[in-house]
Design a binder for this molecule. Structure first.
Ligand SMILES: Nc1ccn([C@@H]2O[C@H](COP(=O)(O)O)[C@@H](O)[C@H]2O)c(=O)n1
Ligand SMILES: C[C@@]1(CO)OP(=O)(O)OP(=O)(O)OC[C@H]1O
Length: 168
């Protein structure tokens, strides 16, 4: 197997009135949130799937089934931390993660740094290894109508014995 691999993750959750809005481990102070079995943190789920995909592992639903009461309302930062352990146990380190949120609301930019800090801490990497952007869907489709929020993520992982950061 080559020493480097990339992965992609995608997730989308519906916006509802009676739930918290948690994205990247940050709870937004808004009167609407995301529906789901867990805390419904679409961004963190996309990051988990990018990492799992890079390692050639099954997706987040395999590790954390959405019919398991153990994961009801769970903080997705715990899931990301477990994904990092799954990779480490298989000899993989994380090079970098980059993600994009597609959301008409809430305004993400003021919270970006805090979200990156949460993701980095959960994944066991530094903030400089995490990229994060937000964009609206320009009013188009279900995201544009504020019915849902989606996230895309990519991740680069490398064999623990082939650290590109330390390499000359
Ligand atoms: N939910 C969002 C969406 C976007 N932003 C920020 O606004 C900028 C412009 O967004 P466009 O969709 O018009 O490209 C974008 O670069 C983000 O910085 C945001 O904070 N929250
Ligand atoms: C982490 C899980 C656990 O139920 O979260 P959900 O809130 O169900 O979110 P989804 O992204 O639809 O699927 C992933 C699930 O495994």
């Amino acid at each position: 197997m080559p020493p480097f691999r990339i992965g992609h993750g995608y997730d989308i959750h519906r916006i509802v009135d009676d739930r918290p809005m948690v994205l990247g481990g940050v709870t937004f102070d808004v009167p609407f949130g995301l529906d789901g079995h867990s805390d419904a943190d679409a961004l963190t789920h996309a990051v988990c799937d990018a990492l799992l995909g890079a390692a050639g592992l099954p997706d987040i639903g395999h590790f954390f089934p959405n019919d398991d009461p153990a994961f009801k309302g769970i903080d997705s930062q715990k899931l990301l931390a477990q994904v990092a352990v799954e990779l480490s146990n298989r000899g993989w380190s994380i090079g970098n993660i980059d993600a994009s949120l597609i959301a008409e609301k809430p305004k993400i930019a003021p919270q970006l740094d805090k979200m990156k800090s949460h993701l980095a801490a959960s994944a066991g990497i530094s903030v400089s290894q995490v990229g994060l952007k937000a964009t609206t869907n320009e009013g188009a489709g279900s995201i544009g109508r504020s019915e849902a929020i989606a996230a895309h993520a990519v991740a680069l992982i490398f064999r623990q014995e082939a650290n590109p950061i330390e390499a000359p």
